[in-house]
Design a protein around this ligand. Sequence first.
Ligand code: 5GP
Length: 184
Amino acid sequence: MHKGRLVLFSGPSGVGKDTILDAVAEKAPEIQKSISLTTRERRDGEQDGVDYYFTTKEKFLDMIENNEILEYAQYGPNLYGTPKKPVDLWLEDGKTVILKIEVQGAAKIKALYPNTLSIFLMPPSMEELEGRLRNRGTEDENALNERLQIARNEIEKSKDYDHVVVNETVDEAANQVLELLQMK
Ligand code: 5GP
């Protein structure tokens, strides 16, 4: 048994997961955010090794084969996964580790580790979510519509989570997350 704990943090694309996690990390720097692997293209402003480890499909599949990935899922046309080794080390070290993860990956982890705390970040409304995604301007119309369709399915799965936090304001949502983690 490891000493740390794993926290699953999900929510539809555009809901503001990174913004909330950044605010949480600022208030509680001892929390460790896992950096995922992805085969999707890097967006402007994203840094390799900070936002994601950007990789090819071939390397990703090799890592699955070598058991170096804790969980992975396909989201839209791309693969996303959690590197296993750093998470194991942080947990052995007693850290609280947050995985920013979509719903299929979260369900896999929850089945493996039922004690994992799961939090779903909910937009105030679908209209608001669409507005945020459009403002972000990182996807073309097709990709954006695909993300909105995935978002509807994800929101249905929010009932499987231990807690739902509505992202009305950054400060309130971050504080609610910290309260759920009992770090406030
Ligand atoms: P984005 O392309 O917007 O950065 O991420 C798309 C979706 O993939 C988001 O819902 C995000 O939470 C999810 N995601 C990011 N990293 C991982 C991961 O390691 N595993 C899984 N299952 N989903 C992830």
